[in-house]
Design a protein around this ligand. Structure first.
Ligand code: UFG
Length: 336
């Protein structure tokens, strides 16, 4: 039986494929290569020392998607494919609604046609909005601050409605906090498409001298050092969380959300200082104005994933920094 991994050449998808294959599971990857590159297939194969089937498929094309299900004996799906840039989503909301919503609806329809009823869905902690105090528990009321976040929120609702009408299905909604780090081999890591949005790629560029300075958005928040606090999680812990979620949907029914975080928050300045200490580099930075829409503190409550999935993050902040740095040095100037 084969696990279909959509968006499997992206940051989280590629690391999850490695984790699945290392556990002896068969995968087929689909990706439309719009925000990723084909050489990630070689990188995955170099890490696991096995071939992995890859198909360039546009999920908006239902006929092409159907062909994948015809060609492989798919038992379950992990669905990562989707656009994820907050800024781009504000500028091009229709692109985001069209791409993220329609591709997922197409996937559900084709899964139904082929009687595949197990799905792990890539959501985001962004669905908690900014109305709650941390730690954030799965049962909280949801809201999303931008079109990207709203696609995740709408899809969670669509998936819940779908399971309510199809009770023999099983879907896990994975809410990620802040994934950083890379595979230990240095062969696989994050490859931001165009100008990076997230903190770690900017930090790496500043640490390497690629950019002059890291800009820290806001130094006057009501936190210990004035910078925002995030629940940074190692990408391999996140990948392991998906393997555990897959085992869960394989055995259970219903629709459940799970946080994937460490349950511990570090400030942006903490991250910078830890990185400097463990990599013996200096990160030139300046504190600039707050970024619109930033949440001050985002930390997961991880009890549900721990008790229900039997999953817990293992890596520490210093591992995340060391692994990110190793990866960056192998691919120097990695923006695609
Ligand atoms: N930051 C900087 N400088 C930068 C980039 C980021 O200071 O150059 C700061 C941000 O202001 C924030 C922190 O670093 O305080 C983390 O920012 P990221 O952009 O890395 O991550 P966010 O927490 O803002 O966003 C992440 C995901 C989103 C998701 C959101 C909520 O990237 O997709 O978490 O879960 F929507």
């Amino acid at each position: 039986m084969t696990i279909l991994v959509t968006g499997g050449l992206g940051f989280i998808g590629s690391h999850t494929v490695v984790e699945l294959m290392e556990q002896g599971r068969d995968c087929v990857i689909i990706d439309n290569l719009s925000k990723s590159t084909l050489n990630v297939v070689d990188r995955i194969e170099a890490v696991v020392q096995k071939k992995v089937p890859f198909l360039k498929v546009e999920m908006l094309d239902k006929i092409a998607l159907r062909e994948v299900f015809k060609a492989y004996n798919i038992s379950s799906v992990i669905h990562f494919a989707g656009y994820k840039s907050v800024g781009e989503s504000v500028k091009q909301p229709l692109l985001y609604y069209q791409n993220n919503l329609i591709s997922t609806i197409n996937l559900l329809e084709i899964m139904q046609e082929f009687d595949v009823k197990k799905l792990v869905f890539s959501s985001s902690a962004t669905v908690y909005g900014d109305a709650h105090l941390p730690p954030l528990k799965e049962g909280l009321a949801l809201s999303a601050p931008n079109p990207y976040g709203r696609t995740k929120l709408m899809l969670e609702e669509i998936l819940r409605d779908f399971v309510a009408a199809n009770t023999e299905w099983s879907i896990a909604l994975m809410r990620y906090f802040n994934p950083i780090g890379a595979h230990k081999s240095g062969l696989l890591g994050e490859m931001p498409y165009g100008t990076p949005n997230n903190l770690m790629p900017h930090l790496l560029n500043a640490a390497s001298g690629e950019t002059e300075k890291l800009q820290i958005f806001g130094g006057d928040y009501n936190t210990e050092d004035g910078s925002c606090i995030r629940d940074f999680i190692h990408i391999m812990d996140l990948a392991d969380g998906h393997v555990k979620a897959l085992q869960y949907v394989e055995e259970d029914f219903g629709c459940e959300a799970f946080n994937l975080g460490t349950g511990v928050g570090y400030s942006v300045l903490n991250l910078i200082h830890t990185f400097e200490a463990v990599t013996a580099t200096k990160i030139p930075y300046e504190i600039v104005d707050r970024r619109d829409g930033d949440i001050v503190i985002s930390i997961a409550d991880v009890e549900k994933a721990t008790t229900v999935l039997g999953w817990k993050a293992k890596y520490r902040l210093k591992d995340m920094c060391i692994d990110s740095w190793r990866w960056y040095q192998t691919v120097k100037g990695y923006t695609i």
